[in-house]
Design a protein around this ligand. Structure first.
Ligand SMILES: Nc1ncnc2c1ncn2[C@@H]1O[C@H](COP(=O)(O)OP(=O)(O)O)[C@@H](O)[C@H]1O
Ligand SMILES: [Mg+2]
Length: 265
């Protein structure tokens, strides 16, 4: 597994699930292999992909009783670990010192070798989100360009900092402005604040777009339901931006006919 990315924000309704599902699909579209883990007991990522699930199997896996329930779905390059309500009550039974590392152990034990594991997190700072953050190498934080969005981002940074001892390598890779309205003055004011808090880490924006809101009802990511929409364009662009940053460039030295070439792959 090359990158494990948590899509997280303690605030609800900011675009976490929409981003996790659509970025996973866009990565699949450019030839990457992706495991999408729905870690929210509401099961919104699963439902957005047409999968209804109890969440029981994921709960058993987190309790180290069974392997991670990876299922194929009809999205190129993407497999899913579905979730559901059993995870809401069941997470209380995840106790003991090891409980925060349950997802990390599950991922270590799976045989899959995906380019990306993307985790859709619940909107709260509990056992499940802590598990996601400890298992991750990178974080993507969807945010709304609003005063409350800015405040939520500050809370997120504090929460992440408190986990540094358990996962020193954890990095915020991107602040992803979602549901953006570029014509509003507040959008630009808040974008300035994001840029000064996280220089170089604010991704291209995702505009408010009706196709993105409609796609979950059709059980497919937007690139399948309305492939020429602004939503599809925006998620494709953000995915390329992310993949470009996360794909390690390796210098390769090649010798050919007595000449030495240096290139990057
Ligand atoms: N860019 C967007 N344009 C229009 N609707 C969006 C957009 N992003 C998210 N939504 C809608 O907003 C609601 C909340 O988004 P969601 O991704 O579920 O947020 P979260 O997972 O953070 O709670 C959903 O109904 C979703 O379809
Ligand atoms: Mg969600």
């Amino acid at each position: 597994m090359k990158q494990v990315i948590s899509v997280v924000n303690l605030k609800g309704g900011v675009g976490k699930t929409t981003s996790a599902v659509n970025i996973a699909a866009c990565l699949g579209e450019i030839g990457k292999s992706v495991l999408l883990i729905d870690l929210d007991p509401q099961g919104s990522a699963s439902l957005s992909l047409g999968v209804e699930n109890s969440g029981e199997e994921l709960l058993f896996a987190l309790k180290n009783e069974t392997p991670l329930p990876v299922m194929p779905i009809a999205i190129t390059g993407v497999e899913l670990v579905p979730s559901g309500m059993s995870l809401a009550t069941g997470q209380m039974t995840l106790t003991g010192e090891e409980s925060n590392n349950a997802l990390t152990s599950c991922l270590e034990q799976t045989l899959g070798d995906w380019d990306y594991v993307i985790i859709d997190c619940p909107p709260s700072y509990g056992t499940l989100t802590i598990n996601a953050l400890i298992a991750s190498t990178r974080i993507v934080v969807p945010v709304e360009a609003s005063f409350l969005g800015l405040n939520g981002l500050k809370q997120m940074v504090t929460a992440i900092d408190s986990l540094r001892p358990q996962n020193p390598g954890l990095k915020i890779e991107a602040i992803l402005p979602c549901r953006a309205h570029r014509r509003r003055r507040i959008h630009w004011d808040i974008m300035d604040s994001f840029n000064s808090m996280f220089p170089g880490k604010v991704s291209p924006i995702i505009r408010e777009n009706v196709s993105l809101a409609a796609a979950p009802g059709m059980g497919k990511p937007v690139i399948y339901t309305d492939r020429l929409s602004k939503g599809a364009d925006d998620y494709r662009f953000v995915t390329l931006w992310l993949d470009d940053r996360l794909t390690v460039t390796e210098e390769v030295v090649v010798e050919h006919s007595g000449f030495v070439f240096s290139t990057f792959k």
